[in-house]
Design a protein around this ligand. Sequence first.
Ligand code: CA
Ligand code: ZN
Length: 302
Amino acid sequence: MSIHLPKEHFVYAMDKANAPALTVSSGEQVVVDTYDCFENQITSEHTTFDAIDWNRINPATGPIYVEDAQPGDILKVHIDDIAIGDQGVMVTGPDLGVMGHRMEEFQIKMIPVKDGQAIFNEKLSLPLNPMIGVIGVAPENEPVSCGTPDAHGGNMDTKLVTTGATLYFPVFHEGGLLSLGDLHAAMGDGEISVSGIEIDAQVKLTVDVIKGSSISYPFLKNEDGLAVLVSKEKLDDAIDTAVELMIDYLLPKTDLSVSEMTMLMSAAGEVQVSQVVDPLKTARFFVPQHVLDAYDVKIFGE
Ligand code: CA
Ligand code: ZN
């Protein structure tokens, strides 16, 4: 049995002071409805820049208070299913994304989703990869806008955050206070225009509290392997931190020296870029499953 959280319960910033929209027990499944990142304000390609209330961006449904989650624990979030709407939207324009300096006008493109594809134009339909752009817990200190990613998660815009993946978040405050939104029908690594194919959605997820280990940034496990997701002002710094966090995570689980582990990660690990367009940039370091299997690595004791 799962609990339903309607999209009208949302926040624009992740904040320890947010009142819970829902309280659940560890192990429970929640069905969460989400607006698109424009709070569904864009209804056609004729919607003008000024018609959009830019204070109503990136609503994240929540927060969900998970019983027994205490500071220093890990909140495990398994994405059971994502059902997306039938109308996606993309935007770009001056000062937005990597190519903003070449844009003279704000542009909207409506992208219908039909028969399991995103219809970009009459020539080209794109495969779907329904994914969650914004997902995270209440940050340790000051509130963080849902447009910004950081150690608490948030706007990580990482295409691996999709059905079947499991996220692990540091818990900074009682209950964790999980919120999510900003679903994409598809998005490429980088999110270079500043938007994925933005869309409203319904997400089914199962939350669990893990005691006895702590993390400083979100980790993600899928059938292909394990990643750590780090957001920093500079992509270089995000990459360096992600590499070091993964090496520190794996070292005690093996008999390898730092230099051997570094060589293994250089041979088999992958630096990957999640997004380069948000206030902090997000990179990930990924280790394939066969490496984890060789050392029988259990992820956070499981
Ligand atoms: Ca986003
Ligand atoms: Zn988005």
